[in-house]
Each structure stands twice: as C-alpha cells, then as structure tokens.
Design a protein. Sequence first.
Length: 364
Amino acid sequence: MSEPSFQKKGQSAKASEAAREDALHRIRSAQSTRRSPEAWAAAIQKGDRDALGQAITLTESSRLEDLKILTAVLNALTPNAATRTASQRIGITGVPGVGKSTFIEAFGQVLLNRGHRVAVLAIDPSSARSGGSLLGDKTRMDGLSKQASAFVRPSPTSTNLGGVARGTYEAILLCEAAGFDRVIVETVGVGQSETAVRDLTDAFLLLMLPGGGDELQGIKRGIMEMADLLVVNKDDGDNRPLARETASQYQQALRLFPPNPGGHTVQVQSTSALEKRGIEHVANAVDGLIDQWSQNGWFESQRQSQQLRQLDGHVHALARIARWNATSSAADAWSRLQREVAANERHPLDAAQEWSNLTQSPAS
C-alpha cells in the first residue's frame, strides 16, 4: 500500500530542510578554510552559478555567523552596485491555479529572446508543521532553468509573512551582481500579506483567472491597489470569451481605485501562457512603466524607499536576535517558558512579558 500523499510531502519538506542545513554547513566550512568574501564576490560577478547559489543559501539562514559572512560578501559587491540601476525587478503573484509558473516560463523566454539575462526567485511555501518546503518550482520551469542566460532558484518562505522569503531582497542584489538584469520574484500565492513583494520589486503583476465580476469579491483590495499590471491568464480554448469579459470588468473596477503613486493607470492584459500568446504585450507594458517611472523620478524614489524599509527591518530583526543572546541563560529560559505554555501552566502573554523582562537590555 502506497504512502499517503501528505506523508510524502512531509518527508520531502524535511528532506529539503536537511539538505539546506547540509549546504550551509559546507558553505561555512569552505568560508573558514579557503575563500575570502572578496574572492566569493568576484566569483559571483564572473557568473559562477555555484557561488551565486551558495550565497543565496546564506540569505535563507537566520544564524548570525551566516549573516556575517553574507554581509561581507555583499560589501565586497558594493563597488559594482551601480549596475543594478539598469535592472528590472518584477514581482508576480496570483490566485491558486492561475498558472504562475507556466506564465513565468513563457515571460522569461520572451525576455531572453530580447537579449536579457533572467533570474527567477521562486518562493515555495514552508510547512508550519515541519518547517520544510517542497521547492518544486525549478521542475515546473524546466525549460527556462536549462537556458544558459537564465537562473531559477526556489527558496522557502520559512513561515515568513508577505509571500516572500527571508533574505529575498539580498538574493535579488546577488542575482543583479551576477549579471542578471531581469529578476522575477514569484510569490507563494495571493493573500492579504502578499503586498510585501511591493517593497522588493519595481513592478508588481497580479495574475487572475477568467471568472467574471463575482471573482472580484474574493480579491483583497490591498493587493489590487498595489498591482501595476493585472493579467488575466488562461485566455485560451473555451475560456477566451470569458477571459476577455473578465479583463473588461477588471478594467472598469480599477477606475474606482485612487491614482497610483507612480502616476500611471493600471493596465489589464489577457494572456495564454500555455499558447504563449499575449506575453509580448505584458513585457512591453512593463518596459513602458519602467520608462515612465524613470522619467518622472518614481523609479529612483521607490528604490530608495525600499532600501530604507530594508534597513528598518534588519534593525528590528538583529535587535531581536541580540535580545535572545543577552544572557547566558536565555536559551534555557525560553525552553522553560515554552514548556509552561504548552502545559497550560502559563498564559502566552504572561510568558512573553517575562521573556521581555529577562532579555531587556539594561538601562544605560
């Protein structure tokens, strides 16, 4: 009798987590024995895919020693950071079953045909139970991943809210340093917190299914407001009339939304990723938006704001880590509080307040 599918998924998730930890161990060993951050950065900029992949693995870690190595590598890349201004960072999300991976493969091929180098950061959901992820997007984009000028990297969300992985921003910078001038971030799927991708990318594409006006009720308004381009995918076969009608209804609905900060009107496109139709129009629309934003100053302003939000996020994250290591007994105290809460001996809020008191830095 075969194993239940959920057991297989759980085993795959645990296996991927174990593989990632093994990779991190090997990276730390290599770093400590023979490779300087400068040499690592140079390898990335020369197009060494192994060096790039290992650096992205560091972005997925929450260990301080890994973050220190990553910081040193990023600092070594800084002198060439000006090349990032020629890149485009494109976020793509969509409702379940909309065909994000199929669309991205077709979209990526169009960009390759135009002479661009394309990196895809495909974010896989992490299991809240096992902590692992399936990391299957590379197999779903098999054609794109085999292209010499393309790089497809699945990463786990590690239960991070926002539909993006911890360290996605740093992964984008690494891909750009490696010469990829089109970086696509595929999120785990549409939801209230998916708007975090807006803080990482230049253009945000929302993929929708043909479905008529009733489907509008299921869309989170916040995501609609932040989308730069709405794409009705699966405009093929018997779906074609419905897809065109849906696109028209979305366009009418978007007229009720406030003006976009970039000064543009959100466009609605219909595509068939399966038949590779309409993808060129999407690529043209993205180029048009970037050109408009470059001229009116929104492009640079948006990237500066993103940098500052990253600074704020890192400060809070590192402060939290510092509190965890504030006392030698912090780990023991945390384990004790977990046991007490799990045994229903303490209210979670009460335990959290004790933890805060234990790890609070002494007043200067």
